[in-house]
Design a protein around this ligand. Structure first.
Ligand SMILES: Cc1cc2nc3c(=O)[nH]c(=O)nc-3n(C[C@H](O)[C@H](O)[C@H](O)COP(=O)(O)OP(=O)(O)OC[C@H]3O[C@@H](n4cnc5c(N)ncnc54)[C@H](O)[C@@H]3O)c2cc1C
Length: 364
């Protein structure tokens, strides 16, 4: 089949590569001039183990499977990564109860190697840490997310696929047996495809509304959950990822590390109504307070505004976290069309497993 994938983020690239490996002719249309210009370049670059997500959700299933696939992909394609492990720390009894609940959920999700450790054992691992107990997750790691996307792109091209940059998809109309796709940009025009995958990230809902006859009630609302990061101006204090107990809308302001060993903190959750990518330096105040609950040694004046990302969420403030939404033909009744909505964290970790699910819909 001639398959069009909209969006060259990690999910679109993973879908495109999987579709090409399955024997389809694949074109990716990307509105910007390069790969990874959306959510995929503005995250924590953590390979999540799959600890938190409720049983039987797509996030639980695809995170665990996607994580195993991603480690194998990194090893076989020379993509930089490090399985550094992570501690989810409790600083009081209420948090300890919460961490124990996460531990039970992680076991239900089939996450390997998780264990509860006491405060002393946690401090033996990370001397600067203050906590009364922690969950140790040895399968969590960090990854060069750009490297993954380059490798996916390379494999797509090896299989004859291509990316059309500066090519916005403006409208989709089904005229049996094809999807007629209206492109804008430098070379506007209409082209037929057999199948279309909408992996447009923050633009997925806007695109779905431009699919002729797509049921309006099947386009979920988009909630923007901005996550701000602050860099640490000093020698890194930790060699593993350190997470507090989760907060409403996110995993809490945690210690993230990159492959160069640099340490930063974030993301928090800022509910916004329009996309913007500035980090307000005043948010540092709340970061100091939150980080010092588990790292009392954080020096004054050491946090500097870094970058931010925006989570394409389907649930809002105070609501239970929504699952990923893979809207294939059974969900909306239109042939060979898959819309991906709400692919927030752990979308990077899940991308290869998500791609398998999507490609399974691309049938006659
Ligand atoms: C703050 C934050 C931290 C995160 N941390 C992690 C983490 O540590 N681990 C993890 O596993 N996940 C994490 N995630 C989630 C992960 O980053 C995302 O799930 C993933 O990057 C989504 O990829 P995507 O390809 O769906 O979207 P994107 O990368 O946004 O790609 C969509 C692409 O579609 C293009 N596009 C949009 N509309 C059109 C159109 N009409 N025509 C053509 N192109 C279009 C855009 O330009 C963009 O390039 C985090 C997310 C955030 C926001």
């Amino acid at each position: 089949m001639e398959v069009l994938v909209v969006g060259a983020g990690v999910v679109g690239l993973a879908v495109a590569r999987a579709a090409a490996l399955a024997g389809h002719d694949v074109t990716v249309a990307e509105i910007t001039g390069g790969i990874a210009n959306g959510v995929s370049s503005r995250n924590s670059e953590v390979i999540h183990a799959g600890l938190y997500y409720p049983t039987d959700t797509l996030r639980a299933k695809l995170c665990v499977r996607g994580r195993r696939m991603l480690y194998e992909f990194c090893a076989s394609h020379g993509v930089g990564h490090r399985k550094c492990g992570k501690l989810v720390v409790a600083t009081n009894d209420a948090e300890l109860a919460k961490v124990e609940t996460i531990m039970a959920q992680a076991q239900r999700n089939g996450v390997e190697g998780v264990e509860m450790v006491g405060g002393n054992a946690a401090r033996a691992m990370e001397a600067e840490l203050s906590c009364i107990g922690a969950l140790w997750s040895p399968e969590t790691g960090i990854i060069d997310s750009h490297g993954v996307m380059l490798a996916l792109w390379g494999e797509l091209e090896d299989r004859g696929g291509m990316i059309a940059f500066e090519t916005p998809v403006e409208r989709l109309t089904y005229q049996a047996p094809h999807w007629q796709v209206q492109f804008g940009g430098r070379d506007p025009g209409v082209m037929p495809f057999d199948a279309v995958v909408n992996a447009a990230g923050l633009g997925a809902q806007a695109l779905a509304r431009r699919i002729e006859n797509y049921p309006a009630g099947k386009v979920p609302r988009l909630v923007l959950g901005k996550g701000n990061y602050f860099g640490f101006a000093g020698k890194p204090a930790f060699s593993r990822l350190i997470y507090p107990t989760p907060i409403d809308g996110g995993l809490g302001v945690h210690v993230t590390l990159d492959l160069a060993g640099r340490m930063r903190f974030g993301p928090d959750v800022e509910w916004i109504t329009e996309e913007n990518y500035t980090v307000d330096p005043r948010r540092a105040d709340s970061f100091y307070a939150r980080i010092r609950t588990y790292w009392p040694g954080l020096p004054d004046g050491s946090l500097v505004p870094d970058y931010c990302g925006i989570r394409p969420k389907l649930s809002g403030q105070g609501e239970p976290q929504a699952d990923f939404m893979i809207a294939g033909p059974p969900a909306h009744g239109m042939p060979r069309l898959v819309n991906l909505f709400g692919i927030e964290s752990p979308g990077l970790t899940s991308s290869l497993a998500l791609a398998e699910e999507v490609v399974a819909y691309l049938k006659g």
